[in-house]
Design a protein around this ligand. Structure first.
Ligand code: DAH
Length: 340
């Protein structure tokens, strides 16, 4: 009997328990109703009376040894979930969501690519501008009502006037000051205006400015470049029309409409049944602007244009509320996820 007890004790000690299945096997072997320890208790009645007490104690100790080992491993395994739930390698993988580019970024990139193909290079300028680059060098005289065309967020008033730029035309001044013609550049960027936020107006938005300065640049060059842009952006069938307009920095100036791609220029509620949609402002760079930037206006001429990226995006993706672009609603943004 003593030998059997020490055999079982050795078995208990050497039994390996690394997972829940082994734990259960241990329980059945040493603590279940048909376990070896139970059997030994059954055999106790065959032990001579004088030994019963000491053998009984040894058996009790044996049972406690098994119970303690069981409890200790059970606790360990329950705190360790990975070994509790064996990994199922046949399970489908977890989905992870792919991010997407913002529609403004997609359209900005497309505009840049279209103009890159005809030799325009990207240039950038600061979003906090001085009065010279945002207004004066662009032929906005001081106190002239033209300044009211664009409500400005001022950072500093007075002599060192600084403001958030109201348009990317400020970048054309910086480029002309720093480069010699021929100049062929586009300047994408964010601009700011002191406007009440609504579906049709926002206090910040994005523009792309275009500038071409060389000898003998004509209005016909401008028209052809914009027609090329409209066809690349909106499809081969796109047409443009120019309406006379006014900007302080161009003379003559025009506003450009593109034929409505939503109704094929037949008339719909987006184009207000005119068949045309306004997309940009443009004109021949005013000689005053060339001179202010140090370019000889007798030798050089040039054209400039400026368009709102939100406006082009609205026409491309039929987004009618400007606020959607900056609300970060994933349901809106997800629609621009590229399919993979
Ligand atoms: N800067 C003008 C605006 O923000 C847009 C513009 C019009 C830019 C005519 C130009 C231009 O370069 O020639 O409304």
């Amino acid at each position: 009997m003593k030998n059997k007890i020490s055999d079982v004790s050795i078995q208990i000690n050497s039994f390996e328990i690394n997972n829940i299945l082994q734990l259960e096997a241990f329980r059945i072997q040493f603590l279940g109703s048909k376990s070896e320890i139970k059997n030994l208790f059954g055999e106790l009645k065959t032990v001579p009376n004088e030994d019963k007490k000491s053998i009984g104690k040894e058996l009790n100790d044996l049972r406690i040894q098994a119970e303690e080992k069981y409890a200790e491993h059970k606790e360990k395994l329950e705190n360790n979930t990975t070994s509790k739930e064996a990994i199922d390698y046949s399970k489908p993988g977890e989905n992870f969501s792919v991010g997407s580019h913002h529609p403004i970024s997609l359209v900005r990139r497309e505009i840049i690519e279209i103009f890159n193909r005809i030799g325009f290079v990207v240039s950038e300028g600061p979003e906090i501008e001085d009065d010279w680059h945002n207004f004066s060098a662009l032929n906005f005289p001081p106190e002239h009502p033209a300044r009211d065309m664009q409500d400005t967020f001022f950072i500093e008033k007075g002599e060192n006037e600084m403001a958030l730029r109201t348009h990317t035309s400020s970048v054309q001044v910086r480029v002309m000051e720093n480069q010699k013609p021929p100049i062929r550049t586009i300047s994408p960027g964010r601009v700011y205006r002191n406007e009440a936020i609504s579906a049709r107006a926002h206090c910040f938005f994005h523009q792309v400015e275009g500038l071409y300065i060389d000898k003998n640049v004509s209005f016909a060059d401008l028209k052809q470049t914009l027609l090329y842009f409209a066809k690349e952006m909106f499809g081969e069938k796109a047409q443009i029309r120019l309406r006379p307009s006014y900007f302080p920095f161009t003379e003559p100036s025009a506003e450009v409409d593109v034929s409505c791609s939503i109704c094929n220029a037949k008339g719909c509620n987006v184009c207000k049944y005119t068949g045309w949609l306004e997309i940009l402002g443009c004109g021949m760079v005013d000689p005053n602007v060339l001179e202010a930037a140090g370019i000889d206006s007798k030798t050089y001429t040039g054209y400039a244009f400026g368009m709102g990226i939100e406006r082009i995006t609205q026409l491309k993706y039929k987004v009618n509320d400007l606020r959607l672009y900056s609300e970060n609603d994933v349901r809106f943004l997800k629609q621009f996820t590229p399919s993979i």
